[in-house]
Design a protein around this ligand. Structure first.
Ligand code: GLA
Length: 412
């Protein structure tokens, strides 16, 4: 990990919207959260857990199609301080929202006005299927920007699962954690998200990307060269359409699978089962939108494998080329990019010292990432943010993301 101080000093000189990204050290954040917990609940927490946000290098919208993803955890995390209170009541304090709320997990009613509580309810309800879950106090804080395509919700829900399961001595296998987290988002929050985000929140390793086969859930790590750094370009655009459009893409892929099975006359359970050659043969005989969606998924999954190999060979130029290909396919075939994301990518691609850039996460706003020459990270962060602003886009900012590790549990 390179020098965080240098990075922090740089950012204190920036205008307000960029200064948001001066994050305190992990140690300070933990200390502050424990203090907050004591103030709110009058005693120390029993446990402190955390889980990271992520960027995805290549392999977007492939996980729910049984394909490959290649995410990396970042050094921005959600922290949960928690303690047993017994009884049926749960009390949660959110540092970001400065909001305290109490609830019971039964009946499992969806809370529209306290959206964030649904994740906790989901975690406690699913864990209580394994063993009785009693009331808990929570103080939750996060440095993962929310609604920015950096997987703040998986970081949040994984840290909650780790806390509640430990407090109730529910022994989960490691792999059960992301599976439960995905179920919570699907069944309790209403987003049909795939396994990628909670998977990396649980299993990530510092200085490594993790290649996950979203069908078998096998995974392997690949180190990231210290010649490069990642910039995260947060567009500042809230992903208003994200949930509906995301669920719609997912549905289109399912319809494509049914159509392709019929045309190829064989059993296909996901787009993973179709080769590029097979798809191309059907170009004039398949719905154009479904064709474009399938084309993206099939080529993107291949790109994730190629990117893994390029990282193994330390071929950063090729990684960058694959990132751009990925972006173009997400823009034109999958249609999940936005003018802001395209602008960031275009600006980055024209800058000296950038290997490649692309949108990351579900899209429709959120964030883009750039793989840059480590020696130029500071200048590029400033330059790209300034050019983005000069194009008339307000509220965006850029930060240098260090790699992070998967979830952590410690007794407070
Ligand atoms: C969101 C979902 C993931 C994945 C990405 C797109 O982050 O949570 O499961 O589908 O979008 O790649």
């Amino acid at each position: 990990m390179r020098n965080q101080i240098r990075y922090k000093k740089r950012f204190t000189k920036q205008p307000r919207e960029k200064a948001v990204d001066e994050i305190a050290s992990e140690q300070d954040i933990r200390k502050e959260l424990v203090k907050l917990y004591r103030e709110e609940f009058g005693k120390s927490p029993d446990i402190l857990t955390s889980a990271p946000g992520r960027i995805n290098l290549v392999g977007e919208h492939t996980d729910y199609n049984g394909g490959y993803v290649l995410p990396i955890a970042i050094d921005r995390r959600t922290y949960t301080a928690a303690g047993r209170r017994g009884g049926e009541l749960f009390i949660a304090y959110s540092k970001e929202l400065s909001k305290k709320t109490s609830f019971e997990i039964q009946p499992g009613k969806f809370e529209h006005s306290n959206f964030w509580v649904n994740y906790i309810k989901g975690a406690c309800t699913l864990l209580s299927d394994m063993s009785p879950v009693k009331g808990v106090n929570f103080a939750i804080g996060s440095t993962v920007p929310r609604g920015s395509g950096l997987s703040s919700s998986a970081a949040y829900v994984v840290s909650i699962i780790e806390a509640v399961s430990r407090l109730h001595d529910i022994k989960l296998k490691d792999i059960e954690v992301p599976i439960l987290a995905q179920r919570i988002e699907n069944e309790f929050v209403g987003v049909q998200s795939g396994i990628m985000d909670p998977f990396v929140a649980k299993f990530a390793r510092e200085n490594n990307a993790i290649l996950v086969d979203a069908r078998s859930l096998e995974y392997k790590y690949v180190p990231i060269s210290d010649r490069c750094s990642f910039l995260v370009c947060v567009t500042g655009v809230k992903r208003a359409l994200a949930t509906t459009e995301y669920n719609k893409r997912r549905q289109q892929c399912q319809i494509a699978v049914v159509g392709l099975a019929e045309k190829l006359n064989r059993n296909i359970t996901s787009l993973r089962d179709v080769t590029l050659e097979e798809l191309k043969c059907l170009k004039n005989d398949f719905d154009p939108t479904l064709y474009a969606r399938s084309l993206h998924v099939i080529t993107e999954s291949q790109r994730a494998l190629q990117t893994f190999a390029a990282l193994e060979n330390d071929d950063l130029e090729f990684v960058g080329k694959l990132m751009l290909e990925s972006h173009l396919s997400l823009r034109s075939n999958y249609e999940v990019s936005s003018p802001e994301l395209d602008a960031f990518v275009e600006i980055a691609e024209q800058s000296e010292g950038v290997y490649g850039a692309r949108m990351t996460g579900a899209g429709f706003g959120g964030s883009a990432i750039c793989l840059v020459d480590a020696d130029r990270e500071d200048e590029l962060a400033i330059e790209i943010a300034a050019k983005y602003k000069a194009r008339g886009f307000e509220g965006g900012y850029v930060f240098i993301a260090r790699t992070g590790s998967g979830s952590k549990v410690e007794h407070a």
